[in-house]
Design a protein around this ligand. Structure first.
Ligand SMILES: [Zn+2]
Length: 85
């Protein structure tokens, strides 16, 4: 089986319902269009390796979008939004 799993950092696992250490399934990384937004999609796995060692092995996708584009799409303004640090 090809593909690598890089560190995904600590993320909220919807099955464990807590923040856990995760891995990113690299072969599933791609760019997608979500509601007109360009997003980077990643497949995340709960665990310490591709097999989900020490985790519940649940898999899910996350998407990363540019904040300003997301706000524009949702009709949000900077007003009332906490500035980033
Ligand atoms: Zn989990």
């Amino acid at each position: 089986m090809s593909g690598t799993a890089s560190k995904g950092g600590y993320k909220y696992c919807p099955r464990c319902q807590r923040v856990v250490e995760t891995r990113v399934m690299e072969e599933f990384n791609d760019n997608v269009d979500i509601g007109g937004l360009q997003a980077k999609r990643r497949k995340i796995k709960c665990g310490l390796d591709r097999a989900g060692a020490a985790g519940c092995r649940h898999e899910w996708f996350t998407v990363e979008v540019i904040e300003s584009e997301l706000k524009a799409q949702l009709g949000l303004t900077e007003k009332g939004v906490s500035p980033g640090i």
